[in-house]
Design a protein around this ligand. Sequence first.
Ligand code: PRX
Length: 697
Amino acid sequence: MAIEHGREASEAQIAVHWREEEYVRPPARFVGQANLADPTVLERFSEKNFPECFREYADMLHWDRYWHTTLDTSRPPFWKWFAGGKLNACYNCVDRHLAKHRNKAALIFVPEPEDEPIYAVTYQELFTRVNEVAAILRDFCGLSAGDRVTIHMPMIPELPITMLACARLGIIHSVVFGGFSGEAAGRRAADSGSRVMIYADGYYRNGKPIDHKASADIALDVAEKEGTKVERVLVWRRHHGQYLSSTAMVAGRDYFIDELVRQFARAKVDPLPMDAEAPLFLMYTSGTTGKPKGCQHRTGGYMAYVTGTSRYYQDIHPEDVYWCMADIGWITGHSYIVYGPLSLGATSVLYEGVPTCPDAGRPWRIAERLDVNIFHTSPTAIRMLRKAGPNEPKKYNYQFKHMTTVGEPIEPEAWRWYHEVVGKSEAVIVDTWWQTENGGFLCTTIPALHPMKPGSAGPGALGIYPIIYDEMSREIPAGSGKAGNICIRNPWPGIMQTIWGDDDRFVKQYYSKYCRNANSQDWRDWPYFAADGAVLPSDGYFRILGRVDDVINVAGHRLGTKELESACLTVPDVAEAAVVPVVDEIKGRVPAVYVSLKPGVSDGQRVSEQVIGTIEAIIGKIARPKAVYVVPDLPKTRSGKIMRRVLAAISNAMDTGDVTTLANPEIVEEIRLQVQGKEPVALKEGPEDVKQFGAVE
Ligand code: PRX
């Protein structure tokens, strides 16, 4: 892995990232009303009370049968949480709120077109609609508990409605981000063995209607080639009775849900009590190989973890208006738009579109109009809104009490704009570090109890004990100034169960590296390896430096460079391909592609266009490279390995280091000239993840 031997992160290296900042205290007004302002919670969740401390989260749920064992460690690292318990996630998010809150808005939908009316879905209406869809899934599609359904949908209320309908019956949903291509959705549907896919016909993005159903036809072809026949496609229409797509509905295969629902109107489907360990959903994410992995999340532990963290860290109270601007197609949306907030009976805002559409004042107009007081977004969105409209927030009369940043490191400058301008210096900020695999927050401050430190996530969340190890499994102590691999020493309820269908990969990916004894049933022998580099100053606030593997974080979204490279290699004229991260002022990192051509091929321009088109088709537009360089050869070691580190250095104007031992050292200068031009460029230090990129392969 990339960060070796607890190497010193020198002042210069850290300075590239940013210097240690002063603390910022949470505003007294926030502290006075916070859900969690009692410092004894730190004692309750201290290591000596582990794992029983997590009862506090599980007790926030309704259990059909209470569990007998909080943590079962009999088969590490396949931990069981709340073993023996039974519950239903949908019941917890919907039914249990009806008695007191049936008329309260569960979801408020904000369409992207600003002249289209905003509407609310009350808990009663959510209950009715979820039941109707559950009836369709059970009685029309013949689905039952344990079956998988792939949902490829944009940000419309029908997405959480469909997810909750699945959860009601124990059907495992696998939501694929709407911006992924049909091909990406098809491969995920095949991996999960989904016989049913659920689509929307279209949606609005950046002021334009998007034909989304077209992706379904591609997805089904791809799934079939991979051995999975999808029998039914259910299609939600963005506007009832009006079809936004130009593709035909295939008779006997494709059905409009708004038509089916007529047969199932007023149907009621009892929520099925599920084992705490029954899988609730899969969420595919990128890793170090070309194949995305299906992170399998359990019902009981996941629900307990997202409910507890939503209450304590998002500080959601019944009267709050909470808006997380992420997409439900990512883990942030699952945990902190749908399951966490709805489990608390909160009001969760759903915005369909792009934050800067039609202008950079849009989010603040939405906040003012709905009186949003809790806001949750990513550093990329913050940077984008700051660039496009630095003074826009001042024009609108809203007041946030709490704001979250998630998904990437946030530089103190962007943090301060978020704090002073967006938060009007009156909102507390939590910088939450976690991953698709984790279910919920791992490092963050407790908003009313810890001061904030711009640019640092903070200490481990309650009941989470992080540690930084070097490559030799030695602990890197706090305050040493050394960078290393951040790990979590203990299991926690939100951790995934396994990779769908691939237990070996799960163990290898997350536990092999630092496991002390593969035969041990003691959780202390099984630290979780997160694949992020981090440093820990003496105050215990973790600062995340970025990925130490082949994953690049583009605008807070994970892309596997191997996935991109595999896509490039499907272009017939491409001989070899390498993908590297390039620092981008707004998106954090973006991919740059280097390809060499097969002998006899000379039309580089055509090939680079094909490479871009292919990446967009196989993965999606989010993976569109910043540049494609067609080069005569790629720099290689004598054993033939492509030196991605050298290419990353060139793309980021960093020092390429000693290249004389390469098999083809002369190519480095040739590529440098092609990328940087003849004028000498000022060399930069470059951030840790880029500097280390591909260092060890
Ligand atoms: O590198 C870390 C970065 O995002 C990765 C996880 O991405 P994903 O699974 O898509 O989940 C994103 C949302 C939970 C991590 O390995 N990351 C996430 N949050 C932060 C972060 N880096 C720095 N600071 C954060 N707050």
